[in-house]
Design a protein around this ligand. Sequence first.
Ligand code: GRF
Length: 205
Amino acid sequence: MRKKIAIMGSGNGSNFEAIVKYFDGKPVDILCISNKDDAKILERAERLKIKSIILNFAQNEEFFSAQKFDLVVLAGYMRVLTPKTLANNRFINIHPSLLPAFKGLNAIEQAYNLGVKVTGVSVHWVNNELDGGKIIAQYPVLVEPFMNLMDLEAQIHELEHLLYPAVIDAVLYERVFNFSELLKGSKRCNSSGCGSGCHKMSLSR
Ligand code: GRF
């Protein structure tokens, strides 16, 4: 069955691009929404031939009350949404830390500067608290002694681009999946995988 999703971003849009490429050729219609008229995500939408609109924060409540999407995906959207905006649709977000640690801006840097040895990526349902809402999926990244902040950022973003589209796919079609499968063949996967189920995604809100 055809699905309709909105992807909301305020900035760069690299997750948006990864999601668009993942769903290329699949029965998923994507609308790009930005609250910033000069955001790079809008350039990416144009290049990728995805319809885009600019929606000021103040217009969100009215827009989302009238529109029904199968899922609304936040990808670098820099505002906390109001309960009224959230009421009529399901929203998810990605955050570059193992929530509830390091909420807010510069999460990767916050974690790195504190010297954590494990950080990662979280995908969660959105509520009206900053980076709040129940966790859907998480994946860890080990902070190795030789890594500088840029190395860590690169690993986290690479993981986001793998994890987020697959989680969106699973949420849309109500599939729970073992996302350690995603990393098979990559440098982060040992050949046996974890196998214990700790990397299984949960869909309960
Ligand atoms: C990502 O790191 C995401 O986790 C966070 O904002 C960043 C957005 O990056 N919520 P991009 O705009 O997708 O490149």
